[in-house]
Design a protein around this ligand. Structure first.
Ligand code: NAI
Length: 338
């Protein structure tokens, strides 16, 4: 009998040949931190995504176990596992999209910024690998604090002379997913019918839901606006406290990450009109990075949209958000430049 690896390779080859015949699109996707709380359900959902032909799962622990498990699913994507730093380059070579949920999550009482010391170094190492092995890949960065890890990644790519701002996207999709859910609850609607733009960043007051731009058009009382804004800004903390020391949002985050990754892949495929919120290099405000709606295309965030008309409550929120964001961005930049 062939070894498991040979069997996987030969079945992978057959599948790839089938796909080539049918002309079906297939992208190569790597998940870094694939054995973690987010990584595992994210890997499972990506294995189910018909746009994915090859799925590389990298982690410093347990990647072979997660890979063996997922490889038995009868979906199209071929799964390969990579364990530890010596295998990082093989995990990344040839990838179209790299999703990064590697790093420690929050415990009760912690802010996302408290994670900086550990996660900044992890993100730097992983991005150095991306610069070397797949400099043209789209990067979806989930590791917190996103407001600082995206500037860190940008500086690493600049140093390596591979930086393309369109290809680096901080994932703020969970804020949008939460906003859609909480707003739908208040309006008595199906959350799938609701679209709430969430701009700014991904921590506390930097998370700025634009409730005046909700679709379908609606209006809120001042109390509802206050309640919804607070709940959306503190949705992550709600989960951290409910999990009581065992971690932060993982399942809803995996769902949100796949929703966002799928949008990136549809953009790469050339679909028109793919628009989602993300934390990107931006000229929408005076800050170098800002989350807003972006149009996703063949080369990543091809267009970054302006914020549109804000009401008084949102204008005040925007000033608070910018103040905090400026510090977080600078902290990320200094980490690489120092
Ligand atoms: P976890 O601790 O369950 O999993 C993290 C995984 O990363 C572990 O499997 C660990 O072995 C791996 N890892 C650690 N160092 C690594 C390295 N150098 N290379 C590759 N893998 C490495 O944490 P969880 O819950 O999955 O969260 C991951 C990150 O996502 C955290 O930073 C968390 O704050 C963030 N997060 C971001 C959200 C967002 O909306 N952007 C929402 C929720 C969490």
């Amino acid at each position: 009998y062939p070894s498991n690896l040979q069997m996987e390779e030969s079945s992978g080859l057959k599948q790839a040949m089938c796909r080539a015949k049918g002309g079906a699109p297939g992208f190569k996707v790597a998940i870094l931190g694939a054995a973690g709380g987010i990584g595992q359900p994210l890997a499972m959902l990506m294995k189910m995504n018909p746009l994915v032909s090859v799925l590389h799962l990298y982690d410093v622990v347990n990647a072979p176990g997660v890979t063996a498990d997922l490889s038995h699913m009868d979906t199209g994507a071929v799964v390969r596992g990579f364990l530890g730093q010596p295998q990082l380059e093989s995990a990344l070579t040839g990838m179209d999209l790299v999703i990064i949920p590697a790093g420690v999550p929050r415990k009760p009482g912690m802010t996302r910024d408290d994670l900086f010391n550990i996660n900044a170094g992890i993100v730097r190492t992983l991005c150095e690998g991306i610069a070397k092995c797949c400099p043209n890949a789209i990067v979806n960065l989930i590791s917190n604090p996103v407001n600082s890890t995206v500037p860190i990644a940008a500086e690493v790519f600049k140093k390596a002379a591979t930086y393309d701002p369109k290809r680096l996207l901080g994932v703020t999709m969970l804020d949008v997913v939460r906003a859609n859910t909480f707003v739908a609850e208040v309006l008595g609607l199906d959350p799938r019918e609701v679209d709430v733009p969430v701009v700014g960043g991904h921590a506390g007051v930097t998370i700025l839901p634009l409730l005046s731009q909700v679709k379908p058009p609606c209006s809120f009382t001042p109390q509802e606006t206050e309640y919804l804004t607070n709940r959306i800004q503190n949705g992550g903390t709600e989960v951290v406290e409910a999990k009581a020391g065992t971690g932060s949002a993982t399942l809803s985050m995996a769902y949100a990450a796949v929703k966002f990754a799928d949008a990136c892949l549809r953009g790469l495929r050339g679909d028109a009109g793919v628009v989602e919120c993300a934390f990107v290099a931006s000229q929408v405000t005076e800050l170098p990075f800002f989350a807003s709606k972006v149009r996703l295309g063949r080369i990543g965030a091809e267009e970054v949209f302006q914020l549109g008309p804000l009401n008084e409550y949102e204008r005040i929120g925007l000033e608070k958000a910018k103040k905090e964001l400026a510090g977080s961005i600078q902290k990320g930049v200094s980490f690489i430049k120092k």
